[in-house]
Structures are given as structure tokens and as C-alpha cells.
Ligand binder design. Structure first.
Ligand code: IPM
Ligand code: MN
Length: 351
């Protein structure tokens, strides 16, 4: 297969982790006779420095005309400490999600047998966890009306949802649940928020279309607790943008390291694949960041293109590296650790 993949390295450790995923994808292409043409493009602080905005039109054109987008990370501390900054790297990510129509963010949480004891949670609670949080990504409070009142002492952000936005996300959730354990949990705050009541109403109305799926409804505060208390109770969770943002960071603790969990953002056309961790500026340029979340995001990319063998091969080699201790320092527990680039080379060589 011929593939055009937009390559958005972004900021911080983004370029380093993306490099390793490229090595792995090229090794896969070599083994399974595919031809990957990488299309690098600017985003984030790197794009602000170069052209003054975090998601330039040229980058959008490259993404929109590719088969998939592989993305590193976005964000730079110099903007975090400056609340008055007019242009911020994160705006690039939001604009990209919106312009590419990436309304569903798929964030799996699973455990690796060889890393169970890395998690701060007890083994018996997390062993065998395999859940997906499906986060709505182009609506809600992230994109609602916002501003300041004239006196500048009042600020507001509005959480708005339209029925069709909930429906298309929920449909993906139902379809995903059908392929898995047929359990769907709608997480909201319907005891307080009107937009959440619309979520519940919409999802309830869809239940009859998917009679085999068992649907439950929970308030997000309760889910925050149950998710770490008994993650095995969940299969597919659907939730609004902000709730999903918070719950997916929480869920990443289950696997033992933020550096491990991949994600995809899908819409009706091109999809984007990225690690769920951020730009980790403290580690930038040091060749120490864990590249596995990005490598596993590439596995999701192949999976979505129905290249299942390729995806499985990536997961196999990642598990092998973990079992053999070919790991970056975050997973080495004071033992021997490898550089980001060494882990990437090892993975590519073992494909
Ligand atoms: C994420 C990030 C982003 C978000 C930020 C960087 C805008 O935290 O992808 O989860 O809040 O969506
Ligand atoms: Mn987040």
C-alpha cells in the first residue's frame, strides 16, 4: 500500500519520540511491502516561531491531503508563564482538531504484564484492565462562547452541545462496544448540567438501535473515583470534551507511565495519531523520553487502515522490548536504561 503520512513533530520531546515512530513505521513498510511518504509540517511553538501561528494553513493543507497524521506533542513553558500571550501553541491543536473535524478522541487504557508493578495502584485491581475512553473533541466548553464582562472581573466559558454532536460520538461508542465487551458507559453531570441531560436523553434514545449493548450512566465525579478503584468495571466510556480530558489523564496512571498510552482522533476523513502525554519540556533534546506511546499510536494508525498484521507486529515488538528491559529511564527503576533513539533503533531492528 502507498501511504502519505503528515508528520507533525511539534514541541519539546515531540521530534524525538516521533523520530522513533518513523523508524518503526519504515521497518514495517519494508517488511510488509508498503511505501510510506512522510510529509513533515510545522505546528505548535515551533510554528509560532517560524511563521507566527501554531497551525499554519500550509500545515492544514498537508494534513487534509494525507492518509493519516502522526503527531508528537505541543506546548512550551514560555507561554504557560505568560497568561497574556495572544498566540499559544495549544490553540494550534484545537484549531487542527476543529479544521480536520476530529470529533472523536479514542484513548485506550491497558496494562502491560511486565509493568504491572510500575503502577501506583495495586496489582489485583488493575491487572487485565482494558478500557477505552471515547472523548468528544470538537465541542463542549473547549469551543463554546467565552469572554470577559465589561468590568473585567467576570469571565465565562460556555458548555454547549448539539444533539448531532452527541449522537455521532455515541454511535462510535456503541459500534466500538459491539466489537468488544458490549458495555457502554455514558459519563456526564446530568444531575447539574443541562448539556449533560441532553447527552443522557440522546444516548438513551439510541439504545434500541444497539439492543446487545448494555448501557450505564454515571456522574463524572463518581467515575473519577471508580476508574481507579475498579477499572475493570469499564469497557467503553463516552464523555464530553472536558470530562474526557481529565479522566484520560487519570486513567493513564493505571498503566504505570504516561509515556505508554497512545491515542487516535478520528472524524469523517483523515485521522490523527498521537501519544497522550505532553511536550515534557524538561526532557527536550536529552534523548531520554519514552517513545512507546508514539510508537503504539502508529500501531493504531495501521489498525485503522485495516493493516492488522502490521499493527500486531508493532505491539509484539513493543512488548518484547519491555520484557527484555530495553526501556528508557522512566521504566528502568534504577537499572540499565536506554536512550530514546536506542529504543527506536532496537524496535526497528527487531521487526
Ligand atoms: C490533551 C491536552 C489538550 C487538551 C491541551 C494541550 C489543549 O491536554 O490533548 O489532552 O486539553 O485537549
Ligand atoms: Mn489533556
Amino acid at each position: 500500500m502507498k501511504l502519505n503520512i503528515a508528520l507533525l513533530a511539534g514541541d519539546g520531546i515531540g521530534p524525538e519520540v516521533v523520530d522513533q515512530a518513523v523508524k518503526v513505521c519504515d521497518a514495517i513498510a519494508n517488511k510488509y511491502n508498503h511505501e510510506i511518504s512522510w510529509k513533515p509540517a510545522l505546528t505548535g511553538a515551533a510554528a509560532i516561531d517560524a511563521v507566527g501561528e501554531p497551525y499554519p494553513d500550509e500545515t492544514h493543507e498537508i494534513c487534509a491531503s494525507s492518509d493519516a497524521v502522526l503527531f508528537g506533542a505541543i506546548g512550551h513553558p514560555r507561554f504557560d508563564n505568560d497568561p497574556s500571550a495572544k498566540v499559544r501553541p495549544e490553540q494550534g491543536l484545537l484549531k487542527m482538531r476543529q479544521k480536520l473535524g476530529l470529533f472523536a478522541n479514542v484513548r485506550p487504557t491497558f496494562t502491560f504484564p511486565s509493568l504491572i508493578d510500575k503502577s501506583p495502584l495495586k496489582r489485583d485491581r488493575i491487572e487485565g484492565t482494558d478500557l477505552i475512553i471515547l472523548r468528544e473533541l470538537t465541542g463542549g466548553v473547549y469551543f463554546g462562547e467565552r469572554g470577559r464582562k465589561d468590568d473585567n472581573n467576570t469571565a465565562f466559558d460556555t458548555m454547549t452541545y448539539q444533539r448531532f454532536e452527541i449522537e455521532r460520538l455515541a454511535r462510535k461508542g456503541f459500534e466500538m462496544a459491539m466489537k468488544r465487551s458490549k458495555k457502554l458507559c455514558c459519563v456526564d453531570k446530568a444531575n447539574v448540567l443541562e448539556s449533560s441531560r441532553l447527552w443522557r436523553e440522546t444516548v438513551q434514545a439510541m439504545e434500541k438501535e444497539f439492543p446487545e449493548v448494555t448501557v450505564s450512566y454515571e456522574f463524572v465525579d463518581a467515575t473519577a473515583m471508580r476508574l481507579i478503584q475498579w477499572p475493570k468495571g469499564y469497557d467503553v466510556i463516552i464523555t464530553a470534551n472536558l470530562f474526557g480530558d481529565i479522566l484520560t489523564d487519570e486513567a493513564s496512571v493505571i498503566s504505570g507511565s504516561m509515556g505508554l498510552m497512545p491515542s487516535s482522533s478520528v472524524g469523517s476523513k483523515v485521522s490523527l495519531y498521537e501519544p497522550i502525554h505532553g511536550s515534557y519540556p524538561q526532557a527536550a533534546g536529552k534523548d531520554i523520553a519514552n517513545p512507546l506511546a508514539t510508537v503504539l499510536s502508529a500501531a493504531m494508525l495501521f489498525e485503522d487502515l485495516e493493516l492488522t498484521k502490521e499493527a500486531e507486529e508493532i505491539r509484539r515488538v513493543v512488548n518484547k522490548s519491555l520484557a527484555e528491559g530495553i526501556v528508557t529511564e522512566d521504566l528502568a527503576e534504577g537499572g540499565k536504561s536506554y536512550k530514546t533513539s536506542e529504543v527506536g533503533d532496537w524496535l526497528a531492528k527487531n521487526i
